[in-house]
Write a protein that binds this ligand. Structure first.
Ligand SMILES: C[S@@+](CC[C@H](N)C(=O)[O-])C[C@H]1O[C@@H](n2cnc3c(N)ncnc32)[C@H](O)[C@@H]1O
Length: 219
């Protein structure tokens, strides 16, 4: 039990920026619309997956290293990590995303799909060496709880990798608003230090899909 108040970014966005989970009210992917979205996430996502592999330093980790993909969608990044030698659990709250992932990637050793959310990961304590979440934090319902969950499933020294599309225009609305402004990445990075991680490192990857990343290592 701690008497340190849990920081609540939803209540206190920095410098007037929206909180890192400004699309938390998204109703979730389901039905025909969800299927169309899942199919659309099968293409054009390879660059994001390759960037995550680089940020996780997967090539330097032993074969069979364990990785959790939080909000895996139809699984492009999860299967690439598996192809690179990792043992991967892809987690997503949307049944339609997991159905497309299972159909597209079939059964592969070391690649598993589980229904769940960032706030309540269906993964054992300390199981993972890497937890990543690509283009998903802006949908998390509860950033504090999700960071605590990421820390719980990571072994000490494990790495959290988060990426979001960089939004330059603060007035971006609708689909164009799914991503982060730089201040949101900074706020998320600072919050990592309250949940058993080193303060996050923010990077801009302008030539790699115009992406912002945060990496933080578990104590
Ligand atoms: C834009 S898609 C990204 C999918 C995949 N990570 C990619 O990069 O292609 C966002 C995903 O986050 C999932 N998601 C939404 N809320 C979530 C939550 N609270 N926890 C985990 N995943 C969530 C959605 O179901 C969806 O699959």
């Amino acid at each position: 039990m701690t008497d340190t108040p849990s920081p609540d970014l939803t209540a206190t966005p920095r410098e007037g920026a929206p909180p890192p989970n400004h699309h938390a009210s998204h109703p979730g992917f389901s039905g025909l619309g969800g299927l169309v979205a899942a199919l659309s996430f099968l293409s054009g996502r390879t660059h994001a997956a390759r960037l995550a592999i680089e940020l996780a330093e997967l090539s330097e980790l032993p074969a069979g290293v364990r990785l959790v993909d939080v909000g895996c969608g139809p699984g492009v990044a999860a299967q690439l990590a598996n192809a690179a030698g990792a043992q991967v659990i892809g987690v997503d709250p949307a049944a339609v995303m997991l159905r497309v992932a299972r159909t597209r990637w079939r059964t592969r050793e070391g690649l598993e799909w589980r229904r769940g959310a960032a706030e309540d990961l269906p993964v054992d304590d300390g199981w993972a060496r890497v937890v990543w979440s690509l283009s998903t934090v802006h949908h998390w319902h509860d950033v504090d709880r999700s960071l605590a969950e990421a820390r719980r499933v990571l072994a000490p020294g494990g790495r959290l990798v988060v990426t979001e599309r960089r939004i330059a225009d603060p007035r971006a609305q609708g689909a164009a608003g799914h991503g982060w402004r730089h201040e949101q990445a900074e706020a998320f990075a600072a919050l990592c230090a309250h949940h058993g991680f080193t303060p996050g490192t923010v990077r801009e990857h302008l030539g790699q899909g115009n992406v912002l990343s945060v990496t933080a290592d578990a104590h």
